[in-house]
Design a protein around this ligand. Structure first.
Ligand code: NA7
Length: 534
C-alpha cells in the first residue's frame, strides 16, 4: 500500500549539506526527514568510490565548523584522505548527531509538485509513496548527475562499462585487463594514476589536457592531528570570510611585486602541494589575460620538466586556455604514468570517439581500440542536473527542467522565482565546487535556509519566494562578475558547455565566498530583501 508522510520539511540528499540541514531543522523543532536514493549516507562521497577518489581540499578544512566536539572527535589519517575515510567520516557525523532515525535511504524522489492552494509540496518516491511537506529543501549536490549516456553503441559493449560516480561497491578486478579511460578531469586523473600499475594495458582518451599540480599528501600522526584540532576556533572564524572558503586567500597584488618576487611566490605556492597556487596566488589570473598567461606558462614549464617527451608535452600540456579557468586537479605521479610501457594516451580532439562496439571504442577515423573495461570519467550535468532529473513543478505547473533549459536562474542559489518554499543548496549562482571549498559554502547555504525558516515561524509567515525583481537583480550582479572573469571564456562544466544544449552561464558565483555570505546575510537582516514572505 502506498503511504503518505506529512512533514514540515523534506530534505532531498544526505551528503554534506543534507546531513547538516536535517540536524539544524530538527534542532529548531521541525518535523523533518531526509531522503536519499543511495543505500548509505555521504552523497558525493557515497557515490564516488572509484580507485583514487580523494579530497583536493585539506581534510581539516573540509569540515563542519558548527560543533567543536564533532570536529575534534574525528582524526584524519592524511592531509588529503581517500574516499573510504571520507565516507566513514560522514557516517560518523550521521551517528554522532543521531540522524539516521530521520533518514530514508534507498528512497528516490522522482517528482515534487507545489500545491498553490495548500502552499505545500507533494513529493513522490520511485515506489509511489508520497510526502506532504511545507518546505522542500534540495541538498542534491553540485556534481551528482553523471554524464553517462554519451556514445552510440554503449549498450553493445561486451565488457564492463562504468561511470566513475556509479562505481560498483565490490570494485573491479583489473588484473590482465585492457582498460580504457574516457576523460582526464579531476576524476579521470585520480583514476588513471591509481590503476595504471594494476591493469594489463591502459588507454586514455584525451580531448582537453589539464594543468595538473602535484599534491603533497603527508600522513597525519598525533602531532598533526593535535595541530589542526587546536586551530578549530581560528578556522571557524576565517574560512567563511576568504575568497574561496579555504584557509588561504589572495593577499598579494601582482602589480605590487617585482618579477623576482612574483616568481618566488609562485614557487612557494606550487611547493605547498595543494590548490594554493590556484586559489591564493594572484586573483589577477581570473581577470587579466597577460597575467593568466604568465602563470599558465609557469605551470607548463613545471609540466614540461616532468614529461620531457615532446609528443607527450603536446598532448598533455594545455595551451589554449588559462590556468585555473577550469577546475585544477591535484595529482600524484599522474604525468609520469604516461612513461609506462602499458599506458597509451590517445588524442581525441580532432579524431573523436565515434561509437562503442562489442569489443571496444571506435574513433572517427575508424581506428578500433580493443578493451575489456571502459571507465567513463566523463563528469556531470553540474548544478542543474540533479534537480532537472526530478520532475519539479512550481506555480502554475511550471517545470524547473523547462525553465532551466531556457535560462539558468536562481536567487543567490537559495531559491528560484516561481517555486515557493523550495530552498536549494549546491545549485547555480551561489559559490560552489568551482572556486569554493564545498563544505564552507554548503554550511553557509544550509544555515541561511535554517534561519529563514526560523524567521518565518517567528513572524507567522508560511510562504517564501524570491520576487521577480529580486531574482533579476541577483542574476544581473552574478553575470556582471562572471562575464568579467576569464572562467567565462573556457569550456568546461563551469559554464555548462559539457552538456549539449545547456544554456551557457558561469554556474558558480565568482564574487567570493565572503562577499556572498555578506550579501545573503544582509538580505536576511533587511527582512529578506528580494523575497516575498506571506
Ligand atoms: P570533468 O571535469 O567534467 O571532466 C570530464 C572529462 O571527460 C573531461 O576530460 C572531458 O573532456 C571528458 N569527456 C567528456 N565527454 C567526452 C567525450 N565525448 N569524448 C572525450 N572526452 C570526453 O568531470 P570530473 O568528474 O573529472 O570532475 C568533476 C568535478 O568533480 C571536478 O571539477 C571536481 O570539482 C570534482 P573535455 O574537457 O570536455 O574536452
Amino acid at each position: 500500500m502506498m503511504a503518505t508522510t506529512t512533514l514540515d520539511a523534506a530534505v532531498i540528499g544526505t551528503g554534506v549539506a543534507g546531513l547538516y540541514q536535517l540536524h539544524m531543522l530538527r534542532e529548531q523543532g521541525l518535523d523533518v526527514r531526509a531522503y536519499d536514493k543511495a543505500s548509505g549516507v555521504g552523497g558525493t562521497w557515497y557515490w564516488n568510490r572509484y580507485p583514487g577518489a580523494r579530497f583536493d581540499s585539506e581534510a581539516y578544512i573540509y569540515q563542519y565548523l558548527f560543533n567543536e566536539e564533532l570536529y575534534k572527535g574525528w582524526s584524519w589519517s592524511q592531509r588529503f584522505p581517500g574516499q573510504p575515510e571520507i565516507e566513514q567520516w560522514l557516517n560518523y557525523v550521521a551517528d554522532s548527531l543521531d540522524l539516521r532515525r530521520d533518514i530514508s535511504l534507498e528512497t528516490e524522489i522522482v517528482s515534487a509538485v507545489f500545491d498553490e492552494d495548500a502552499n505545500r509540496w507533494t513529493l513522490t518516491t520511485a515506489d509511489g509513496d508520497t510526502i506532504d511537506a511545507q518546505f522542500l529543501i534540495t541538498c542534491c549536490g553540485m556534481l551528482s548527475a553523471p554524464m553517462h549516456d554519451l556514445f552510440p553503441g554503449q549498450g553493445d559493449f561486451d565488457g564492463q562499462l562504468v561511470h566513475t560516480a556509479r562505481w560498483p561497491k565490490e570494485g573491479i578486478d583489473f588484473a590482465g585487463k585492457r582498460v580504457g579511460v574516457i576523460g582526464n578531469g579531476a576524476t579521470g586523473i585520480q583514476v588513471i594514476q591509481s590503476i595504471a600499475a594494476e591493469v594489463d594495458e591502459l588507454t586514455v582518451f584525451i580531448r582537453t589536457p589539464q594543468y595538473a599540480l602535484p599534491m603533497k599528501n603527508p600522513s597525519y600522526g598525533q602531532t598533526e592531528v593535535d595541530w589542526y584540532k587546536s586551530r578549530f576556533g581560528e578556522l571557524k572564524e576565517t574560512l567563511p570570510t576568504t575568497f574561496t572558503g579555504f584557509e588561504y586567500d589572495f593577499t598579494d597584488a601582482w602589480a605590487d611585486l617585482t618579477p623576482e618576487q612574483r616568481r618566488a611566490k609562485l614557487e612557494a605556492d606550487y611547493d605547498n602541494g595543494s590548490l594554493k597556487l590556484w586559489l591564493a596566488s594572484f586573483a589577477e589570473i581570473f581577470a587579466d589575460e597577460e597575467i593568466s598567461e604568465e602563470v599558465s606558462e609557469f605551470v607548463r614549464e613545471k609540466m614540461r620538466a616532468r614529461l620531457q617527451d615532446p609528443d607527450l608535452c603536446e598532448l598533455l600540456i594545455p595551451t589554449d586556455y588559462g590556468f585555473g579557468t577550469h577546475r585544477v586537479p591535484l595529482e600524484t605521479n599522474y604525468l609520469e604514468v604516461y612513461h609506462r610501457d602499458n599506458v597509451t594516451a590517445v588524442p581525441v580532439r580532432d579524431n573523436p570517439i565515434a561509437r562503442i562496439v562489442e569489443n571496444g571504442i571506435i574513433l572517427a577515423d575508424g581506428t578500433l581500440h580493443e578493451l575489456d573495461v571502459i571507465i567513463m570519467a566523463t563528469g556531470f550535468d553540474a548544478g542543474t542536473g540533479a534537480l532537472t532529473r526530478i520532475d519539479i513543478r512550481g506555480r502554475g505547473g511550471r517545470s524547473l527542467k523547462e525553465d532551466w533549459s531556457r535560462d539558468i536562474r536562481t536567487t543567490m542559489g537559495l531559491m528560484v522565482h516561481g517555486y515557493p518554499n523550495m530552498l536549494t543548496t549546491a545549485v547555480p549562482l551561489a559559490p560552489s565546487a568551482a572556486l569554493c571549498n564545498m563544505t564552507t559554502c554548503l554550511q553557509q547555504q544550509t544555515e541561511w535556509i535554517n534561519e529563514a525558516i526560523r524567521y518565518m515561524g517567528e513572524h507567522g509567515k508560511t510562504v517564501i519566494e524570491p520576487t521577480a525583481a529580486g531574482e533579476d537583480a541577483w542574476v544581473a550582479h552574478h553575470d556582471e562578475l562572471a562575464d568579467a572573469n576569464l572562467i567565462s571564456r573556457t569550456n568546461s562544466w563551469y559554464v555548462g558547455s559539457n552538456v549539449p544544449g545547456k544554456p551557457r552561464r558561469v554556474l558558480s558565483y565568482v564574487g567570493g565566498v565572503g562577499a556572498y555570505r555578506e550579501a545573503t546575510l544582509e538580505a536576511a537582516a533587511a527582512g529578506y530583501k528580494g523575497f516575498s514572505l506571506t
